[in-house]
Design a protein around this ligand. Structure first.
Ligand code: G6Q
Length: 546
């Protein structure tokens, strides 16, 4: 326990010295000196293949990063998570999303209770319900079958379901419509419902706490919309609303029969919950069998993370590489660029997973960190990004490490499209790593004044994840890969990757400001002058519009 602070540990100091030696080394040279580097620096595990050879590392770098992981007791931290220890210290909770995808016969004990049977009980209930909706057996109040499913939730209760639906749309029931309402901006609700028939619409109110302002506001609007559409009959609620929550009291208060509630547990963090009952909309869309296949993918990656030696462990390698650029090269971001249209929401999903988890400024012990923690994750699907922001990655002044995600088979084979898509992702990683030298530019007959503009320095690092095809299992593998990469980084930074206190402050202040906007009498404002003025301006504009 009595370890020195991170930056004074032997492995960290060794990495600092090593960085000074290697910072100027070009990937061109690394590949020239080790022509088989691209065959060597690859890893396979949990169903995924990773090429990490185009990173600014040597064998020595890896050795030192792995020593850092060991010095920070990453192995012990992993075991503590899988064992169900309360590693979310500030909330005094276990962190057991891995239990959501364990086989039925596994045992994971939290507070004296084996949670695995409970997990499967909920999964079975979800499967039964999903099948009834999919087969038209679960009917709406007027006897019509349900054709529209709307998930109402926000943050962790929205981003996973939206991303998974988009990612697995190919496997979804195309006769049904799936929508997602998250924003408290009324536009989200109105646009999602405007063309739907309430008699055929099911709302899934997804909220761990069942107290979240946005979700409860949208849920009440949904209630009104439905009752208005169905002649105000209160009994209709039971056929058109189900809940996913850990809070039966609030669910019942809202008027949803707790028999139609699907539970989960406080040891599932919101951003780690897409494979819990929060995935109910996913299960209705793709069917229980595909959902279980997705869980299988998650579990395969969990087992890989738990058991594979660190030097061949994909989440550990990716976590350490992200940390290498973040803490030694000073890179501030990581771009995740999936070359699959179905993964268009994957970067947005990852933003919450990575940034809410590792956006922390103190250690678990409460000490201010003196190193950079969570990088900014962002991205867009290729090839679209190539025609916009890639310019900055190729020739800008910032270092942006990249994760490319590519698939060998398209789910929609169409002429040469897939070859062209894959050619582009491979070309990008090559161009970024090797660039184009002034000599190469001149050899093309470029006039001298134009040469500097056309030079690409290269030495821009990337990982490439190459998968066979985007199946439900592959999606599970990918999400679990990033979950555990986040864990790896957080463990080394010694932060609590599972709380989110920063989100609370804004929520609290909004509660204070709501009455100040709505009160018919002019309120006494005691904020700073900017906040006071914004409130007054809004009140004036609102009043002027009547
Ligand atoms: C995730 C966060 C947060 C949470 C939302 C919704 O890890 O805790 O994004 O998921 O605030 O919370 P509820 O599910 O309680 O409505």
């Amino acid at each position: 326990m009595n370890q020195p602070p991170l930056r004074r540990r032997a492995s960290w100091l060794a990495l600092e010295r090593h960085y000074e030696q290697i910072r100027g080394t070009h990937l061109r040279r690394l590949f020239a000196e080790d022509p088989r580097r691209g065959e060597r620096m690859v890893a396979e595990g949990g169903g995924l293949f990773l090429d990490y050879s185009k990173n600014r590392i040597t064998d020595e770098t890896l050795k030192l990063l792995l020593a850092l992981a060991n010095e920070c007791d990453l192995r012990g931290r992993i075991e503590a998570m899988f064992r169900g220890d309360k590693i979310n210290r500030t909330e005094n909770r276990a962190v057991l999303h891995v239990a959501l995808r364990t086989p039925r016969d596994a045992t994971i004990v939290v507070d004296g209770v084996n949670v695995v049977p409970e997990v499967h009980q909920v999964l079975d209930r979800m499967a039964d319900f999903a099948n009834r909706v999919r087969h038209g057996e679960w009917k709406g109040h007027t006897g019509r079958r349900i054709r529209n499913v709307i998930n109402v939730g926000i943050g962790g209760s929205d981003l996973g379901p939206v991303m998974a639906y988009e990612a697995l749309r190919h496997y979804s029931d195309r006769a049904m419509v799936f929508r997602f309402i998250s924003n408290v901006d009324g536009t989200d609700f109105v646009e999602a419902t405007r063309d739907l028939d309430p008699a055929e619409t099911l709302f899934i109110i997804s909220s761990k706490t069942f107290t979240t302002l946005e979700t409860m506001t949208n849920a009440h609007s949904a209630r009104e919309w439905l009752l208005k559409g169905l002649g105000g009959e209160e009994q209709a609620i039971a056929r058109h609303f189900v809940a996913v929550s850990t809070n039966p009291v609030e669910v019942a208060k809202f008027g949803i029969d707790t028999a139609n509630m699907f539970g989960f547990w406080d040891w599932v963090g919101g951003r780690y919950s897409m494979d819990s009952a929060i995935g109910l909309s996913t299960m209705i869309a793709i069917g229980p069998e595909n959902f279980r296949a997705m869980l299988g993918g998650f579990h395969a990656m969990d087992e890989h993370f738990r058991t594979a030696p660190f030097e061949r462990n994909l989440p550990v390698l990716m976590g350490l590489l992200a940390l290498w650029y973040n803490d030694f090269f000073g890179a501030q971001t990581v771009a995740v660029l999936p070359y699959d249209q179905y993964l268009k929401r994957f970067p947005a999903y990852l933003q919450q997973l990575t940034m809410e988890s590792n956006g922390k400024h103190v250690t678990v012990e409460g000490a201010e960190v003196d190193y950079a923690t969570g990088p900014i994750y962002w991205g867009e699907p290729g090839t679209n990004g190539q025609h916009s922001f890639y310019q900055l990655i190729h020739q800008g002044t910032r270092l942006i490490p990249i994760d490319f995600i590519a698939f060998a088979h398209s789910l929609n084979p169409l002429g040469r499209h897939q070859d062209l898509l894959v050619a582009n992702v491979i070309a990008q990683s090559e161009a970024l790593a090797f660039g184009k030298t002034p000599e190469q530019v001149r050899a093309e007959g470029t006039p001298e004044w134009l040469v500097p503009h056309r030079v690409c320095d290269g030495n821009r690092p990337s990982n490439t994840l190459f998968l066979e095809r985007l199946t439900p299992a592959a999606l599970g593998q990918l999400v679990a890969l990033y979950e555990h990469s986040v864990f790896t980084q957080g463990a080394i930074w010694q932060i609590d990757s599972f709380d989110q206190w920063g989100v609370e402050l804004g929520k609290m202040l909004a509660q204070k400001i709501i009455p100040e906007l709505e009160n018919p009498a002019e309120p006494v404002l005691q904020h700073d002058s900017s906040t006071n003025e914004l409130i007054r301006r809004y009140r004036r504009m609102k009043a002027a519009l009547g």
